[in-house]
Design a binder for this molecule. Structure first.
Ligand code: IFM
Length: 440
C-alpha cells in the first residue's frame, strides 16, 4: 500500500516524469538527428540496436497521456524538451512544429489542472553539436543558453518550474568515461571537460531563463549511495572517490564554488584552462533542487589508474536493472543536501521508481514489487520531512514504459504499460495505487 496525501504536509506535490527522446518518437515532426540516433546505429551500443524513432509515439498520443496523468490524480508532470526537435541543427533555425508541440503540451497540462515541470535537456544532443565536440567544447554553454532562451520566451509564462539539465553525472561521466551512453567515449580528458562544461551550461541556461522572465528555477542531480565493499580503509577510500565524482561534484560546484578534492585528484590535470574562474557563472542562485535516486553501489579498490575502483555485487534484493533496493539512501541524500549544500531550499525527489519484468496480462498483474519499492522510498521521504528536511514533492519515474537508453525497450519503469507493437497503454496496479492514494 502507498501512503496517501494525508500522510504528507499540506501542499506536498506528487508527479510522474518522462523525457522527450524516451517517449516522443523522434523521427517525426521535423526533429533533427541526435547523438543518440548515431550511438544506437553503431552495433553493440544498444540492446537490439533500438532507438527513439517511434518510442511511445507520445508526439501524436500526448493528449491521452496527459489524461492518464490527470486520472491518476497527479499534481505535476515532469517532462523535457528535445533540443533537436526545437532547433534541429542545434544552433540557428527553429523548427516551428517542434516548438508548437511543446506549447500545446503545456496548455494541455494547464487545461487538466496539472503543473508543467520542464527539464530543458534530457540527453538528446543534436548531432551537429556532437560533431563540433559536444560537451567537450566550451562553446556548448553558449549554444545551450540560446536554446534555453528560445524555450523560456515561448513557454516561460506558463511553466511551474524549469531545470536546465537532467542528471549531469550521466551527461558527463556515464557518457564520456564509462561510454555507456552517447557519445560512448571512454576518455578521461573528455570526461573532465564534460564534467565542467555541463555545469557551465547549467549556469548560462539559468541566466538565460531568468533573463526571459522564467521563475522557479532548479537543478536535478542523480545520486547513488556509495558503500564501501568491506571494512578496509582502502574500500572506504574507493567509496569516497566514487561519492566525490558521482554525488558531490555537481552540488559542490553550484553551492560551494569548488570541486571535491578526491575527484580533483584524478580530473584536475584534464580540466580546461581557467576552470576556477567559472564559478560565478556556475553558482547561479536557485529556487529548488531535485534528487533522482534509485540505488546504492558497493565500491572496492581495483588495480589501474585513477579512480582505481570497481563495483562489486551487493546482497540486497534487486530490480530488473540489477540495482539493489536501498531506500535508506534516499533520506541520506535529502539530509546531506540540506545539511551540506542547499540549506532551506525546497527539495524534490525528481525521479524514483523501478523496472520490473513484463510478465502476463499488464492490466491484471499485481505489480506488487513496484508498489512496495515506491512505498519504501516514500517512507524515507516522510522520515526526512519529520527530521525537518524541506522536501516538497515526489515524482515517480516513469509515467510510461519507455526507451531505457542503451537497454532499449526491455526495461519497464512505467506506471502505465506500453505495448510497443500496438502502442496501447494499459495502467498497471501501481498506477491505480497512486490514483487511490492521491484522490482528494
Ligand atoms: O530512464 C532513466 C532516465 O532517463 C534518467 N534517470 C534514470 C532513469 C532510469 O534509468
Amino acid at each position: 500500500m502507498l501512503p496517501t496525501r494525508k500522510d504528507f504536509p499540506e501542499g506536498f506535490l506528487f508527479g510522474a516524469a518522462t523525457s522527450a527522446y524516451q517517449i516522443e518518437g523522434h523521427a517525426r515532426g521535423g526533429a533533427g538527428r541526435t547523438h543518440w540516433d548515431d550511438f544506437a546505429a553503431t552495433p553493440g551500443n544498444v540492446v537490439n540496436a533500438e532507438n527513439g524513432d517511434l518510442a511511445c509515439d507520445h508526439l501524436t498520443r500526448w493528449a491521452g497521456d496527459l489524461d492518464l496523468l490527470a486520472q491518476g490524480n497527479f499534481d505535476v508532470y515532469r517532462f523535457s524538451t528535445s533540443w533537436a526537435r526545437v532547433i534541429p541543427e542545434g544552433r540557428g533555425a527553429v523548427n516551428a512544429a517542434g516548438l508548437d508541440f511543446y506549447d500545446r503540451l503545456v496548455d494541455g497540462l494547464l487545461a487538466r489542472g496539472l503543473k508543467p515541470a520542464l527539464t530543458l535537456y534530457h540527453w538528446e544532443l543534436p548531432s551537429p553539436l556532437a560533431d563540433a565536440g559536444g560537451w567537450r567544447n566550451r562553446d556548448i554553454a553558449g549554444w545551450f543558453a540560446d536554446f534555453a532562451e528560445v524555450i523560456g520566451r515561448r513557454l516561460g509564462d506558463r511553466l511551474w518550474s524549469a531545470a536546465p539539465i537532467n542528471e549531469p553525472w550521466c551527461v558527463a561521466w556515464l557518457s564520456h568515461f564509462l561510454g555507456h551512453h552517447a557519445p560512448g567515449l571512454r576518455d578521461i580528458r573528455a570526461t573532465a571537460r564534460a564534467m565542467h562544461h555541463v555545469l557551465l551550461a547549467h549556469g548560462r541556461a539559468i541566466q538565460a531563463l531568468r533573463g526571459a522572465g522564467v521563475g522557479n528555477l532548479g537543478a536535478v542531480f542523480n545520486f547513488e549511495r556509495a558503500l564501501p565493499a568491506d571494512d578496509s580503509p582502502e574500500a572506504a577510500r574507493a567509496a569516497a572517490t566514487y561519492d566525490a565524482y558521482y554525488n558531490r561534484w555537481f552540488l559542490s560546484g553550484i553551492f560551494r564554488r569548488a570541486y571535491p578534492a578526491e575527484a580533483l585528484a584524478g580530473l584536475e590535470p584534464h580540466l580546461p584552462a581557467g576552470w576556477q574562474d567559472d564559478f560565478d557563472t556556475i553558482a547561479q542562485p536557485l529556487d529548488w533542487c531535485g534528487a533522482n535516486y534509485y540505488t546504492c553501489k558497493r565500491i572496492a579498490p581495483a588495480p589501474g589508474p585513477w579512480p582505481a575502483l570497481a563495483e562489486v555485487e551487493g546482497p540486497l534484493p534487486k530490480t530488473d536493472m540489477g540495482w539493489e533496493i536501498h531506500p535508506e539512501g534516499l533520506s541520506f541524500f535529502l539530509r546531506r543536501m540540506r545539511d551540506d549544500y542547499t540549506g532551506e531550499l525546497p527539495l524534490y525527489v525528481t525521479e524514483n521508481g523501478m523496472a520490473a519484468p513484463d510478465e502476463g496480462d499488464p492490466g491484471n498483474r499485481p505489480d506488487e514489487d513496484r508498489i512496495a519499492y515506491v512505498a519504501a522510498h516514500l517512507a524515507e521521504v516522510r522520515r526526512a520531512i519529520a527530521e525537518g528536511v524541506p522536501v516538497r514533492g515526489y515524482f515517480c519515474w516513469s509515467l510510461l514504459d519507455n526507451y531505457e537508453w542503451a537497454l532499449g525497450y526491455g526495461k519497464r519503469f512505467g506506471l502505465v504499460h506500453v505495448d510497443f507493437a500496438t502502442l496501447k497503454r494499459t495502467p498497471k496496479a501501481s498506477y491505480h495505487a497512486f490514483a487511490r492514494a492521491l484522490a482528494r
